[in-house]
Design a binder for this molecule. Structure first.
Ligand code: NAD
Length: 288
């Protein structure tokens, strides 16, 4: 089956980026959000991103018009009734995702693939809420979705070979490099990344080195585009904490346990770039 029409549920940071990627690739893209205001914010996020592309010379006026024409926005989940694939990008809470997949199972046509953008939750638990676990898969995009080249496709023990092949083909159509991971906490990238980020926080909180030296060490010594504490601010400290907790729950290995400083910063509301303060501070323009 060729995927021509996709649905995106959740027009937050990730959902709006994924919607843009799909529409840019010529897919009919239907976005669903929980409420009118959130829907409008998500829509504006896509429009601003396209406008940045136009101003930067990467998109012509015609491109913007064509891409915008592929997108539709609604608060009614029933609008996804003709989708070949739906990407769920709502809040990272298992009960919410389970409930949503139960509903999508009744709305999306039988041939449709139901995919989740979860970073850390067990996908088999989500698939169980449907009558089509063989058509459920993980599509883990990276932030910002229009820029980052990687798509981690995650198959559960119930995902069919056909679902995997069709999802991989879609990823390639979207211009992504696809890697395939198993349905185990952290998949490939976070499994390797989280211990690294946690160790950087532990180095900093122990007073072993300054934050600037830790970040500069990894930037200039290892060629990373961002140091680990800068990257944590970019990801969002609350999101990072959630992933640490999920990985620690899965493996009970200390490397994944959230460092106390990370927990305290989240408790204080120092969530990184999005709140203007994390390991570093950010002005209003840097917060978007
Ligand atoms: P976000 O909070 O920016 O967006 C989530 C959106 O989903 C919100 O706008 C919310 O209103 C909406 N929503 C919640 N419940 C809904 C429902 N039942 N129906 C429709 N919309 C609903 O979060 P985000 O950062 O975009 O993350 C979304 C998913 O992507 C999570 O599973 C997260 O783990 C994953 N993810 C995040 C990142 C990242 O760097 N932030 C990277 C990869 C994957």
């Amino acid at each position: 089956m060729e995927i021509r029409t996709v649905g995106i549920v959740g027009a937050g940071l990730m959902g709006s980026g994924i919607a843009e990627v799909c529409a840019r690739s010529g897919l009919r893209t239907r976005v669903a959000e929980a409420g009118e205001e959130l829907l409008a914010t998500g829509r504006q996020r896509v429009e601003k991103s396209l406008e940045r592309g136009r101003l930067g010379g990467k998109l012509s006026d015609d491109d913007v018009e064509r891409i915008s024409g592929q997108l539709s926005f609604s608060t009614d989940l029933d609008e996804l009734g003709d989708c070949d694939l739906v990407v769920e990008a709502i809040v990272e809470r298992l009960p919410d995702k389970v409930e949503l997949f139960g509903r999508l199972d009744h709305i999306v046509p039988e041939h449709g693939i139901l995919s989740t953008n979860t970073s850390s939750l067990p996908i088999m638990e989500i698939a169980r809420a449907t009558h089509r676990p063989d058509r459920v898969i993980g599509t883990h995009f990276f932030n910002p979705a229009p820029v980052m080249k990687l798509l981690e496709v995650v198959r559960t023990i119930a995902t069919s070979d056909q679902t995997l092949a069709e999802t991989r083909a879609l990823g390639e159509k979207l211009g992504k490099r696809v890697i395939v991971a198993q349905d185990r906490g952290g998949f490939i990238v976070n499994l390797l990344l989280i211990p690294f980020l946690n160790n950087a926080v532990r180095l900093y909180e122990s007073g072993f080195a300054t934050k600037d030296d830790i970040d500069e060490g990894m930037r200039l010594g290892c060629g990373h585009p961002m140091g680990p504490l800068q990257l944590l601010d970019y990801i969002g400290l609350d999101t990072a904490l959630f992933v640490c907790d999920a990985l620690y729950e899965e493996y009970a290995i200390r490397d994944y346990a959230a460092p106390p400083l990370l927990k305290r910063m989240v408790a204080a509301g120092y969530l990184g770039r999005k709140t203007g303060r994390g390991f570093y501070t950010y002005d209003a323009e840097q917060q978007r």
